[in-house]
Design a protein around this ligand. Structure first.
Ligand code: AHN
Ligand code: ZN
Length: 323
């Protein structure tokens, strides 16, 4: 366990203060270790199942693996299963993976990622590839891997608040960009929309939520995205402050960027948990998400151990500081 310890023991009272030595312990905050290698291996493992497209064998295999991994780290795990209707009218199986720590506590923090992979590489420079699925190493697997590695730490050291980790399915089944309904918000984030309307516990609430999406690319920049700013400015401030305090100012930048349709939007709108998105936003590329976004190049060659660790250590710091 890495102890990040601030503080000391202070003796209160000098000579004649009485028989007892009163020992006051000042703030002593421990956070578990976050292994960049372990997080990287979790990305690799997910990618090894093949594209985790809804309805595929990879979806079945990878969901079982993810749930088993959370269980092995001491979480109470459920898979929320339903059938959801995608943009072309097809009904597909959805599997949201829910891992809970200290479920008896009423004050909670919600950590989220999506774990499915997009069925169409519709941004690939090669049009012949537009209908084949992506590996989704960054888009999907990276956020899930960071949450798994956080879970590995949660088992070793309890937080003051209860923690829920949810891996949403069917985030990335939005209509391809060249279709009529391309870009329509309601076709994205079907797993989070479903959960927000049917949370695993009736009346579920959390103090705040943090979504991790595309947190694995080398030199990623996480900006202050508009939905996050509108619904959860104080959460954004807390997370950016933690990242900058840890020396990750190159990653957590203080620039304001446009609103995104992502799982946090529906969590804010439908269930009202103030939630932010930690998401790579690269204004220098056309998509804003890096040149490999929704292409066949979203594979292990674009995954950086350092970026995964930056995201993970920052979130750990935030959840262990929360009282
Ligand atoms: C859209 O482009 C619609 N949403 C950005 C969020 C996203 C897509 N995350 C992963 N894939
Ligand atoms: Zn995507």
């Amino acid at each position: 366990m890495a102890l990040s310890v601030i503080g000391c023991k202070t003796k209160i009272g000098g000579k004649g203060a009485g028989k007892q030595d009163i020992t006051a312990e000042s703030v002593k905050i421990q956070i578990p270790q976050f292994s960049a290698d372990s997080a990287y291996a979790f990305v690799e493992k997910q990618v090894s199942f093949g594209p985790r497209v809804p309805g595929s064998q990879a979806q079945m295999d990878c969901s079982a693996w993810l749930a088993g991994k959370f269980r092995s780290y001491g979480a109470s795990v459920t898979i929320q299963e339903a059938s959801v209707k995608v943009f072309d009218g097809k009904s597909l199986p959805m599997k949201n993976i829910i891992a809970r720590y200290q479920p008896e506590k009423s004050n909670r923090i919600l950590l989220m990622a999506h774990w499915d992979s997009r069925p169409f590489a519709d941004q690939d420079p090669d049009p012949a590839k537009h209908n084949s699925p992506i590996s989704g190493a960054n888009d999907g697997a990276s956020g899930s891997a960071v949450l798994l590695e956080i879970a590995r730490g949660l088992q070793t050291l309890p937080t003051t608040l209860g923690i829920d980790l949810i891996l949403f399915d069917v985030e990335d089944y939005g209509a391809p960009s060249d279709r009529d309904n391309g870009g329509k918000p309601e076709y994205w984030c079907l797993g989070s929309q479903y959960w927000a309307k049917n949370p695993h516990i009736q009346g579920y609430f959390a103090r705040f939520g943090i979504l991790l999406d595309m947190v694995g690319a080398p030199n990623a920049e996480f900006s202050m995205e508009e939905v996050s700013r509108n619904y959860a400015q104080s959460v954004l401030d807390k997370v950016w402050q933690a990242g900058n305090n840890l020396g990750y100012g190159k990653y957590f930048i203080y620039s304001k960027t446009n609103p995104l349709i992502d799982d946090h939007l529906f969590i804010n709108q439908i269930i009202g948990i103030p939630s932010i998105d930690i998401i790579q936003y690269d204004v220098t590329t056309e998509s804003s998400f890096g040149s490999f976004w929704h292409t066949q190049a979203d594979n292990m060659s674009n995954i950086s151990r350092e970026t995964l660790a930056v995201a993970g250590k920052t979130v750990l710091r935030v959840i262990y500081d929360e009282k």
